[in-house]
Design a protein around this ligand. Structure first.
Ligand code: KG4
Ligand code: ZN
Length: 358
């Protein structure tokens, strides 16, 4: 079975060809980063227009790279949300059009489900249930992944996502956008002990996150440095910030593992996905956290951690394997939680969220 996956929920225009034998025949991502960088964040209108301009070419590129024609496809999977609504519509409509014209089954995929299942594309031994840490620019949550279309949210952020915190911190330190890789790079030569930054919610029950206080504390440290920041200050602030975020994720992770193991004593894996899972300090500490709790850490390769269409194609394959086929009138959704029954975390929505990027 060969599936064409399409992803346009934020600022990556992506198409991929994946088989049910876990072969990635093509994985093409066109990043709009340069178009949004002058604004310091993603501009929804620019994103939607750019998807319209590039999606046909990106799909043609994937088909060429995979060496297949439309008649070789068995199904189409496209992201139907959550995300920037104009952006989501472009990929979803295109996917429906291809499915309609070629009379193929269609999967309207939740972008978060794409992230949640991506580790199973490259790790054939990864069995349900597993504990997922989804850490990206728009999301920061722990989920029990019990099976295809069966997700239970254990904890989530009450204000910013971890990636968003990295991006804002990098802006404060004038390190550029996107901030996560820039902070990690600057932190390499930094002293993580020099600045005493808070660890919000550390030691509290549950596995919710909060990062906005940390960002404000960083702002105060920056303001306290007379005469502006030099490279040493920047490196030390970046290292201190990275250590604080990591400490928080590990502390929350300890509780999430307890929550998960209570319900699923047979679960053996901790999976990390999303752009922030690229951070090497975080990966190292997650690995030792998992091992201390008798679990293994599984992280998809970097190209599958950040936004891509291979994870959408794979989620489509998993869904179609459970006969979860969608009609061609499936609606685009700006908001679409994976666990629709999850209660809102205490204090949620008190600060402005950056946007629905996952
Ligand atoms: O999953 P992703 O590509 O896009 C979505 O948000 O959906 O994640 C992007 C986020 C950005 O906030 C970026 O700063 C962060 O992931 N990120 C990192 C690193 N690489 C990317 N954060 C920390 N360390 C990194 N090495
Ligand atoms: Zn994402």
């Amino acid at each position: 079975m060969m599936v064409l996956g399409i992803e346009t929920s934020c600022d990556e225009t992506a198409a991929a060809l994946v088989t049910d034998g876990r072969e990635i025949r093509a994985n093409v991502v066109f990043s709009q980063l340069d178009q949004h960088a002058p604004y310091g964040g993603v501009v929804p209108e620019i994103a939607a227009r750019s998807h319209i301009e590039h999606l046909d070419g990106v799909i043609a590129h994937a088909m060429r790279e995979g060496g297949v024609g439309f008649s070789d496809l068995d199904a189409i999977a496209a992201t139907a949300g959550p995300g920037l609504i104009g952006a989501v519509m472009v990929g979803l409509m295109t996917g429906k059009a291809v499915a309609g014209v070629h009379n193929l089954p269609f999967a309207a995929v939740n972008h978060l489900e794409g992230h949640a299942l991506s580790a199973r594309l490259t790790d054939e031994h990864l069995q349900f249930p597993y504990l997922l840490l989804l850490v990206s620019g728009g999301h920061c949550q722990f989920l029990a992944v019990e099976g295809v279309a069966r997700y239970q949210r254990l904890g989530t952020t009450i204000d910013d996502a971890a990636g968003e915190a990295f991006d804002k911190a990098a802006k404060l330190l004038e390190l550029g956008y996107p901030g996560g890789p820039a902070i990690e790079q600057a932190a390499r030569d930094g002293d993580a002990e020099r600045f005493d930054l808070p660890r919000p919610l550390k030691g509290r029950p549950g596995s919710d996150f909060s990062f906005s206080g940390l960002k404000t504390a960083l702002l105060h440290k920056v303001r306290d440095i007379e005469g502006g920041l030099n490279d040493k200050d920047r490196a030390d602030l970046a290292a201190s910030f990275q250590a604080a975020v990591t400490d928080v994720v590990i502390d929350r992770g300890r509780n999430a593992i307890r929550q998960f193991q209570t319900k699923h004593p047979e679960g053996q894996a901790l999976v990390a996905a999303g752009g922030v899972a690229a951070n090497s300090l975080l990966r190292k500490r997650l690995k030792s956290l998992a091992e201390k709790n008798g679990m293994t850490l599984s992280v998809p390769p970097l190209a599958l951690c950040t936004d891509n269409a291979a994870m959408i194609a794979w989620a489509g394959i998993e869904r179609l394997g459970h006969n979860l086929v969608d009609e061609l009138n499936a609606a685009p959704r700006a908001r679409w939680p994976l666990d629709v029954d999850a209660p809102r975390p205490p204090g949620a929505g008190r600060t402005g969220k950056r946007g629905p990027k996952a």
